[in-house]
Write a protein that binds this ligand. Structure first.
Ligand code: SF4
Length: 213
């Protein structure tokens, strides 16, 4: 298992490799960013960005979405997987924002997670990106990278990964580290064909060394 120091060193290499790593979801308001993050479940940010301009134009705020039925939203998002469920989430989430939070996206994890379609990862992404509240959202890329690099035990849960990274990385660096690890997982340590032979972290990565043998 990597030590705290080694985790920080690995993430530093990732940041150095992808110095511009940041959010790739496009949105003009906090509400729209929340919608885009909900839509990004099991979809690429690129595919979400393709469909959100028309969605956001048709539904500028939560009241606009709360006033329609999921079937009215489906045509805007049907190019994404799970679009029927996601349409329900968007409408019900908007209704909850109106009914429970006076039409404003809340800014605590507990309140965000009370919204339909919002789990811990979505809540943490919104907290960190929109409200600059320190959080370390763990997605599929981060969990894969953390496990392969032995930052955590192979069977660590998402929550255990989150806690391990938060303990090893200074709070002020959580958001950058989150983005660096996502880019690393997206472009270097990819799910199917990780670029182990040319990886600057090969020396500290047993998984990678086994992969290139
Ligand atoms: Fe990922 Fe391979 Fe690099 Fe390890 S050596 S971090 S598995 S790309």
């Amino acid at each position: 298992m990597l030590t705290d120091h080694e985790i920080r060193r690995a993430i530093k290499v990732m940041r150095h490799t992808f110095p511009d790593a940041g959010t790739t979801l496009e949105a003009d308001t906090t509400f729209h960013f929340l919608l885009a993050t909900i839509l990004s479940a099991q979809a690429t940010d690129k595919s979400v960005n393709l469909i959100t301009p028309a969605l956001f134009q048709r539904f500028p705020g939560p009241r606009d979405l709360a006033a329609v039925e999921p079937a009215d939203v489906e045509p805007y998002i049907k190019r994404l997987g799970l679009y029927r469920n996601k349409a329900k989430y968007l409408v019900n989430c908007s209704r909850a924002i109106i009914d429970d939070f006076g039409g404003t996206v809340p800014h605590t994890r507990k309140e965000l997670m009370s919204l339909p379609g919002v789990g811990r990862k979505v809540a943490d992404v919104v907290l960190a990106e929109c409200f600059k509240i320190p959080a370390f959202a763990v997605d599929t890329h981060i969990s894969r990278v953390a496990r392969r690099l032995a930052m955590v035990e192979p069977k660590a849960t998402l929550l255990q990964i989150e806690h391990r990274l938060m303990a090893a990385v200074p709070e002020r660096q959580w958001l950058d580290a989150h983005h660096s690890m996502i880019f690393w997982g997206r472009y270097q340590c990819t799910a199917r064909n990780p670029q182990c032979a040319h990886c600057p972290l090969l020396a500290m990565c047993k998984y990678g060394r086994n992969n290139v043998m």
